[in-house]
Design a protein around this ligand. Structure first.
Ligand SMILES: Cc1cc2nc3c(=O)[nH]c(=O)nc-3n(C[C@H](O)[C@H](O)[C@H](O)COP(=O)(O)OP(=O)(O)OC[C@H]3O[C@@H](n4cnc5c(N)ncnc54)[C@H](O)[C@@H]3O)c2cc1C
Length: 333
């Protein structure tokens, strides 16, 4: 079979590790579909592993035209060298126009290597991806200069046009059992003499927060002042059936673990309601909350930038407002 004729313009790296990583793959397939339709081409998802056929089916049901699979015992565990080589060789052979991946631990590690190998550019942590109708180039919007500016980047001469995107930036398409697509197995060469060998991998036991899917998110920032105050947010989240997120200073203070970090270097959320408490509204944080339907901000400084994006602002001391809020909610439950 001539695989070349099947493999089309927009490629998405299939990170299927767990529920949360898999969601970003589904979100990128949805965005890839939109881009591919504008360019008159299709979406191909790349899946590497030992036995991965079931993921191929899932990706087709979510909008992929083709799933390109590499199955090999050496690919059972992610290894940066092997993944870079396999995908790099495929890209050299099939020449995709666009290559997208999640800004997950995998994407952050091997996409820069891949871009170097393919002698092309890479925009990391993109907030938006659109095709310029005049040039047909992919416009990649990503934070620049420590996140103080949003830069629109185009890769005009080199291919593929590569970008990584945070989980939660795009919305996945619904699962369609009637969708059709092709699964192809192009030839792969897997060197067993990789310099790093994975001896064992173990699942982390810690409970993952369900931030990306939460309908209500309560975010705490430095303004909360102490771990004791921050813990009240978990009570609030429980009453509202939500999840707790944190800004960078709250994570650095040890009030919340890294998995709860929102922002340019953390997670992106799209809840129906987001309550932001003791946060100033720095761009590196607010990039993660633009998708929230309603934002309520609580801050003692009436000029805090967070109020410019809040639907409802409450000027006051956290220590005074939080107990009142909790008491009122408890009475209503
Ligand atoms: C490259 C880069 C990447 C970054 N990535 C991220 C990221 O992913 N996520 C992230 O969060 N940050 C990130 N940052 C840091 C970011 O720039 C901000 O410093 C951070 O978001 C500020 O967090 P904050 O709002 O909690 O704290 P602050 O900016 O210090 O704001 C605290 C707010 O609380 C208010 N306050 C103080 N005391 C009280 C009180 N008693 N009651 C009520 N309000 C009070 C203050 O008025 C203030 O507005 C990044 C920075 C860089 C340079």
């Amino acid at each position: 079979m001539d695989t070349r004729s099947l493999v089309r313009g927009v490629w998405v790296f299939g990170d299927y590790r767990n529920y949360f990583q898999n969601r970003v793959t589904l979100q990128l397939i949805a965005k890839g579909r939109e881009l591919a339709e504008t360019l008159g081409t299709g979406v191909t998802v790349l899946v590497l592993g030992e036995v991965v056929h079931q993921f191929a089916m899932e990706y087709i049901a979510h909008g992929a035209d083709v799933v390109m699979v590499a199955e090999h015992p050496e690919l059972k565990c992610y290894q940066v060298e092997l993944f870079t080589k396999v995908i790099g060789r495929w890209a050299e052979a099939f020449r995709p126009d666009i290559l997208l991946g999640g800004a997950t631990s995998f994407g952050r590690e091997f996409f820069p290597r891949l871009a170097k190998r393919l002698k092309t550019g890479l925009s990391a942590d993109c907030m938006s991806l659109e095709v310029d109708p005049d040039t047909g180039l992919l416009v990649q919007t990503s934070p620049a200069f420590s996140g103080n500016l949003l830069a629109e980047v185009v890769t005009s001469h080199c291919r593929p046009q590569m970008a990584t995107v945070h989980p939660g930036v795009f919305k996945e398409l619904p699962h369609n059992v009637n969708a059709s697509g092709r699964v192809v197995y192009p030839e792969i060469k897997v060197e067993a003499e990789a310099r790093v060998r994975v001896l064992r991998s173990r699942r982390q036991e810690a409970r993952e927060s369900n931030l990306e899917d939460a309908q209500v998110v309560i975010v705490g920032g430095r303004g909360l002042g102490s771990g004791e105050q921050f813990r009240l947010l978990f009570e609030l989240a429980e009453l509202l059936e939500g999840e707790v997120g944190a800004t960078r200073p709250a994570v650095l203070a040890g009030w919340a673990n890294e998995g709860r970090l929102l922002g340019q270097t953390g997670k992106t959320v799209r809840p129906r309601l987001l309550i932001s408490i003791g946060t100033s509204g720095a761009l590196q944080y607010t990039t993660a909350i633009h998708g929230a339907e309603t934002i309520i901000a609580i801050n003692r400084d009436p000029h805090a930038p967070i109020f410019t994006m809040a639907d409802l602002g409450l000027v006051g001391e956290c220590a005074a407002v939080l107990p009142l809020l909790l008491e009122t909610l408890r009475r209503r439950m």
